[in-house]
Write a protein that binds this ligand. Structure first.
Ligand code: CU
Length: 166
């Protein structure tokens, strides 16, 4: 006996509509392994400036946190972020937060986030953000945490984010 299609549809819908807390507790998938790009010393640096890079301080024993920053693209082309890595977390990923038709907020992993040409991408609480899962240690308030962002064209941007209380 095969499972009826409506059940599968309902399960898929439930997965999409889970609230943010449930997403953070259990729905995160391990980040896909980012392709290890070879050193590219001759590539031009990314036309990005970084402001307010923050890792949110969490209590001892916490297993995950978020990182926020503002990226400004001074270039003529969009910059597409495809991943993030840090020694602070075994899994780091790009996430977005959306409000559904019923007003429920949920977050989901996304493959890319784009900094528009001449524009700004705000990574913030309640919006697009970086998720740090399975922390390797407790971040200390005031310390700097290195985040390495990867772009679709294989370049990287190293960001030193400061651990701050929310
Ligand atoms: Cu998240």
């Amino acid at each position: 006996m095969t499972t009826p299609t409506p059940l599968l549809a309902a399960l898929a819908l439930a997965a999409v509509l889970l609230p943010a807390t449930a997403q953070h507790a259990g729905m995160h998938q391990p980040a896909p392994t980012a392709p290890q790009s070879a050193p590219q010393p001759s590539r031009a640096p990314l036309p990005l400036t970084v402001q307010n890079a923050t890792v949110v301080a969490v209590p001892p024993g916490a297993t995950e946190t978020s990182a926020f920053l503002t990226l400004r693209n001074t270039g003529q082309a969009p910059v597409v972020l495809t991943g993030v890595q840090t020694a602070l977390a075994r899994h780091a990923m790009l996430m977005t937060t959306r409000r559904d038709a019923r007003g429920m907020t949920g977050m989901s992993m996304v493959q890319t986030l784009t900094v528009p040409a001449g524009g700004t991408l705000h990574l913030s609480a309640g919006g697009d953000h970086v998720m740090l899962m399975d922390l390797t240690r407790a971040p200390k308030v005031g310390e700097k945490v290195r985040l390495t962002l990867t772009t679709r064209d294989g370049r990287t941007l190293k960001v030193d984010a400061v651990v701050r209380k929310p």
